[in-house]
Design a protein around this ligand. Structure first.
Ligand code: COA
Length: 230
């Protein structure tokens, strides 16, 4: 993979695979991200050894630069048969767990948000992950984190599970099949984003979340499925 890539042919932002020399910048950026969180449970601040470990993995850590300043990062991991493999939460077959890649944590500097930069980082990483031969991509997202949910949904991820995950926090498990397109389901239901109990119930009936729409007070999650048995 080329080390530096221009976004939209513009010279304003570059995406680069990060290495050990970038650790200080990553930690500084993470500090800024954490200070600016409106909901402190939406992002878990990773300790320094986590970044050292990830950087040692090929193509794991992408950074977004404006000039020479790091203003975003996007991390992928390849869990293999580790118990943290999110494929087990969404029913991926045992024999395909080795084909699961996971994305996150990810972040964009507050001053550069809402410019599509998360989506650009995600698109670039998905391209790399596909080239590496992976078929399934999973991510966990806090149910109140609209920008993150919206970014994943816009990139064809579906909400497949809602459960307590790492650090005892409630998380959507989002999923993208790199080999087939997500079809619009025949039947759908609109549920308040904050009503996680109803969403859990719908998911237990085989529904999956495939859209997110703003409402007056927040947002709704649109869940659907093809068949309804009566
Ligand atoms: C989540 C995060 C990375 C999004 O970064 P971003 O570069 O602003 O995201 P994008 O500009 O690509 O936006 C993604 C989508 O969300 C929407 N969006 C982003 N921020 C939004 C906001 N504050 N309000 C409403 N919509 C927003 C965008 O319009 C876009 O929708 P679209 O794909 O339909 O156009 C950023 O908010 C962040 O760093 N948050 C703190 C860390 C975090 O929560 N990380 C995720 C958990 S690990």
């Amino acid at each position: 993979m080329a080390n530096v890539t221009k976004i939209d042919g513009s010279s304003e932002y570059d995406i680069q695979v990060l290495n050990e020399s970038h650790i200080a910048q990553i930690l500084y950026l993470q500090e800024t991200i954490v200070k600016n969180l409106s909901d402190p449970t939406s992002y878990y601040a990773e300790p320094t050894p986590f970044f050292h470990k990830q950087i040692a993995i090929e193509n794991s850590v992408l950074g977004l630069f404006q000039k020479k300043q790091l203003i975003g990062f996007h991390i992928a991991s390849f869990p293999g048969l580790d118990e943290e493999n999110l494929g087990t939460d969404i029913g991926i077959k045992q024999e395909e767990l080795l084909q699961v890649a996971q994305v996150g944590p990810l972040a964009v500097h507050p001053e550069h948000r809402k410019r599509g930069l998360f989506s650009r980082l995600l698109e670039r990483h998905l391209q790399v992950i596909k080239e590496m031969g992976y078929k399934h991509v999973c991510a966990t997202v806090a149910p109140a984190n609209y920008p993150s949910i919206k970014g994943f949904i816009s990139n064809s991820f579906a909400i497949k599970q809602l459960k307590i995950k790492f650090n005892n926090l409630l998380r959507y498990v989002m999923y993208l099949d790199l080999e087939s397109n997500l079809e619009r389901p025949k039947y759908s239901v609109r549920v308040l984003g904050a009503d996680t109990e109803s969403q859990k119930f719908m998911i237990s009936l085989g529904f999956y979340g495939y859209d997110v729409l703003k409402n007056e007070n927040g947002f709704d999650i649109i869940l659907g499925r093809d068949e309804i048995k009566v």
